[in-house]
Design a protein around this ligand. Structure first.
Ligand code: C2E
Ligand code: CA
Ligand code: CA
Ligand code: CA
Length: 278
């Protein structure tokens, strides 16, 4: 039994070492990835349900790793958060998305850009300057940019978060509250947040046609958003049935695989030309 215990321990040790080494290698690679130009921005259409038109594009970063292939943000964003690398990566995504949407605006003038802000970025001292600079360099009008923050980003220090949101708003940009419903922020804060859009989290949308509770939650979030004069967008819309339910509840904006997956620039360009009237 003793022998066995030792073997298990050694197995455990070597598995642990492997994990730690993998993580360190990934972090090392992540440090190099920006200068090596390995990040790619994909764009997911945000759709006006009534007209079917694409009104906005959410920038979603991917990592084209030289040996591991395409790595999803779910895998490297947490690591980038912990190491602080999310700050330069996020800045690059912001600049890239502003410039790309500006290009598309020559054909589709009302198109908006949506960019995710991590907690680290949101808490950094020069955030407002960085956003202002990205807009200026791209010559993108401020009102065409949505910055997406999550409830959990704001929970850390609510008063400071509200102040930061006001600073950002003073640039003329708009703020969306992402993954809405997954955090624990008090609803009473919501009316103090200078935001213009709620994004209903995918986890609630998924079961709206089968789970009465989720259906009720989504219906009340839509109603609440409207009574607070906020726009509301449903994430993760995958089926016609979900779409029908959401439209019946007057959710007017949608995002999800039913319309399109996140796409690389050329594919997104084709889709825009196919869908939107110029
Ligand atoms: P998110 O901001 O909530 O983005 C939505 C995620 O849901 C995206 O995953 C998108 O591909 C996926 N999605 C969209 N529609 C559907 C659908 O109909 N069904 C399903 N099953 N999934 C759908 P993705 O691109 O893997 O990104 C995951 C998360 O990584 C994002 O969640 C966001 O939190 C983070 N992320 C991505 N890009 C950035 C970035 O540039 N900066 C920061 N800070 N975070 C980012
Ligand atoms: Ca988002
Ligand atoms: Ca989201
Ligand atoms: Ca989500």
């Amino acid at each position: 039994a003793k022998e066995n215990g030792r073997n298990n321990y050694q197995l455990f040790q070597s598995a642990m070492n492997k994990k730690v080494t993998e993580r360190l290698t990934l972090e090392h690679d992540l440090r190099k990835a920006l200068e090596r130009n390995e990040f790619v921005v994909y764009y997911q259409p945000q759709v006006n349900a009534a007209t079917g038109e694409v009104f906005g594009l959410e920038a979603l970063v991917r990592w084209q790793h030289p040996t591991r292939g395409m790595i999803s943000p779910a895998e490297f964003i947490p690591l980038a958060e912990e190491s602080g690398l999310i700050v330069p990566i996020g800045e690059w995504v912001l600049k890239t998305a502003c410039q790309q949407v500006k290009r598309w605006q020559r054909v589709f003038p009302n198109l908006r850009a949506a960019v995710n802000l991590s907690a680290r970025q949101f808490q950094s001292d020069n955030l407002v300057e960085i956003v202002a600079q990205a807009l200026e360099e791209a010559e993108l009008q401020a009102h065409c940019l949505d910055l997406e923050i999550t409830e959990s980003t704001t929970m850390h220090n609510v008063d400071r978060a509200i102040a930061t949101m006001h600073d950002l708003k003073s640039l003329g940009i708009q703020i969306s509250l992402d993954d809405f419903g997954t955090g624990y922020s008090s609803l009473s804060y919501l009316k103090h947040f200078p935001i213009h859009m709620l994004k209903i989290d995918r986890s609630f949308v998924r079961d709206i046609t089968t789970d009465e509770d989720d259906a009720a939650i989504v219906a009340s979030v839509i109603a609440m958003a409207h009574s607070l004069k906020l726009n509301v967008i449903a994430e993760g819309v995958e089926t016609e049935e979900q779409l029908a339910y959401l439209m019946e509840r007057r959710c007017d904006q949608m995002q999800g695989y039913l319309f399109s997956q996140p796409l690389p620039v050329e594919k997104c360009d084709e889709l825009l030309h196919f869908i939107n009237k110029t």
